[in-house]
Design a protein around this ligand. Structure first.
Ligand SMILES: *[C@@H]1O[C@H](CO)[C@@H](O)[C@H](O)[C@H]1NC(C)=O
Length: 291
């Protein structure tokens, strides 16, 4: 373990399966949240529904051409609430996967319940994906500081077949509503969902700014595009905040690690008009780590 430690140049924030919450909680009591500057114990993760591609994301309305299929609720709600309350009470951060609009509504209701039962605090409850939202749902995240942990790169694929799964009207009003989430007061954190999609953050930022899938002439749901500044913040400061790591990373500030990349642009204007697809160099803790 000692030699592996020395070679690690990537910071990770780990989430463990929710049923193991009491062991994670014990581990944190014993060692603290940071096992080293590289390894942080984040909290616990659970799944409420499936995915759009496999017609198992949980929706209020049925799938197109499949009138009995509303998707799957993967977890019993009583036990999910019970474990979430117990984890939350023990100080763990909780992240729950929700893709369909109904799954997201269930979690937003659950957060209200958690606040009622365990009290208000800085818990940074994370909804993972928050991919399809019912009308009005985007405005509910801000109330208790709930984090919408989204992966812009997935929209490149879903743009091509969301309409066949849930129809054009539903997909246009509900999918990857980043603008509505930000305007509604959500904490919007970007991620990659690697290895399912590209790990390159510049690609995710490009997807959020342009929303243009390969081969498309026009953006998908252009009203939900973000600016470059908003997208950068979502992939840096807000992603750090979403892991309770904003004191250590997420911006170049005094007291934080000097983690940064060098991009092949000579000015901010050049960078913003022609977002590069790769970086020239990566620095971690102020030391060159790539190339
Ligand atoms: C969760 O379930 C366990 C076992 O049934 C019970 O002892 C505990 O009180 C429950 N916790 C909450 C917060 O409901």
């Amino acid at each position: 373990m000692g030699s592996l430690y020395g070679k690690m140049i990537l910071r990770v924030c780990l989430f463990f399966p929710m049923p193991t919450w009491s062991r994670v909680s014990d581990l944190i009591s014993e060692h603290g949240r940071s096992l080293s500057q590289w390894i942080h114990l984040g909290g616990v993760k659970a799944f409420l529904d499936g995915s759009l591609g496999s017609s198992s994301a949980l929706f209020h309305e049925p799938y197109e051409g499949d009138p009995d299929n509303y998707g799957l609720q993967m977890t019993d709600l009583d036990s999910l609430l019970n474990r979430t309350l117990e984890s939350d009470k023990s100080g763990l951060q909780v992240a729950i996967h929700a893709i369909g609009d109904k799954a997201n509504d269930i979690l937003l209701d659950m957060v209200d319940k958690i606040v009622d039962l365990n009290g208000a605090k800085d818990r940074r409850f994370r909804i993972e994906h928050a991919q399809h939202l019912a009308p009005g749902a985007a405005n509910r995240f801000g109330k208790h500081g709930t984090i919408a942990s989204v992966q812009p790169d997935h929209l490149l694929d879903d743009a091509d077949h969301a309409w066949s799964k849930i129809g054009v009207e539903r997909s246009e009003r509900s999918s990857y509503t980043f603008r509505s989430l930000l305007d509604g007061g959500a904490q919007l954190a970007f991620g990659s969902d690697w290895p399912i999609s590209d790990i390159n953050p510049l690609q995710a930022i490009r997807s959020a700014v342009f929303r243009k899938p390969p081969g498309w002439e026009v953006p998908w749901i252009p009203a939900e595009r973000l600016t470059l500044d908003e997208s950068l913040k979502a992939h840096t400061m807000s992603a750090a905040y979403a892991c309770f790591l904003d004191h250590a990373v997420g911006s170049l500030s005094e007291g934080k690690y000097a983690d940064f990349v060098v991009v092949p642009s000579t000015s901010w204007d050049e960078f913003s008009s022609d977002l590069p697809g790769h970086v020239l160099a990566t620095y971690v803790s102020g030391r060159q780590a790539y190339p």
